[in-house]
Ligand binder design. Structure first.
Ligand code: MN
Length: 197
């Protein structure tokens, strides 16, 4: 996996984002969901595979309701250290505010141990169907990312599986965000009516 595209889009002398390297092995896999107020508010869903963060922009944010199929546009790989990034990107690509909405470890759905998990996840990336278990604070249990067979080459759907963590009520990730989060403080100060996702 390569970070060339990530690096080519950014100027690290003006952005506080990590320049990053491809990570060395450890015993578990990480995921992060960042909430990002750029030109539009969206969520960035990232899964560690092969030392980088495979990344999808999810306009509506993830859902714990299996009836929701959330569009997830695959974007460039991000460095592993991006999982801890939060702050203000002052100018250039992605300019705005990034905050960490949820994070934790994750596994392949069959939980065969990290090495086999990673092989299965890589195969899933290729075939366009990833199934995994998230161990976050907000996102828990089984999920799938399924690539759409459409003209939009990078379009996937993020779907919650029906398990004990699933909800059958309306789920809005915005409601799971503290009103005191940096982005919400900024919105409160700068926007009179909060833009609906
Ligand atoms: Mn983003």
């Amino acid at each position: 996996m390569s970070l060339l595209k990530y690096k080519s889009k950014r100027n690290f002398s003006s952005s506080p984002e990590p320049e990053g390297i491809v990570k060395k092995k450890k015993s578990s896999l990480s995921f992060v969901v960042q909430r990002h107020k750029a030109s539009r508010l969206h969520y960035d869903f990232r899964l560690e595979i092969d030392g980088v963060l495979k990344s999808w922009a999810v306009p509506k944010g993830p859902s714990m309701n299996p009836n929701d199929k959330r569009l997830a546009m695959m974007v460039e790989d991000h460095p592993y250290s991006y999982k801890d990034f939060k702050g203000v990107i002052p100018s250039g690509y992605g300019a705005g505010i990034v905050e960490i909405w949820d994070k934790g470890e994750y596994t392949d759905i069959e939980r065969s141990g990290k090495n086999i998990d990673e092989k299965k996840l890589k195969a899933g990336l290729k075939s366009g169907s990833l199934k995994f278990i998230l161990e976050g604070k907000k996102l828990k249990g089984e999920f799938a990312l399924v690539k759409l067979k459409s003209d939009q080459e990078n379009a996937w759907l993020l779907i919650k599986h029906n398990d004990k963590y699933a909800v059958d009520t309306k789920y809005n990730s915005e409601n799971e965000t503290a009103s005191t989060s940096p982005i919400n403080k900024w919105l409160a100060a700068n926007v009179k009516t909060k833009k609906k996702l």
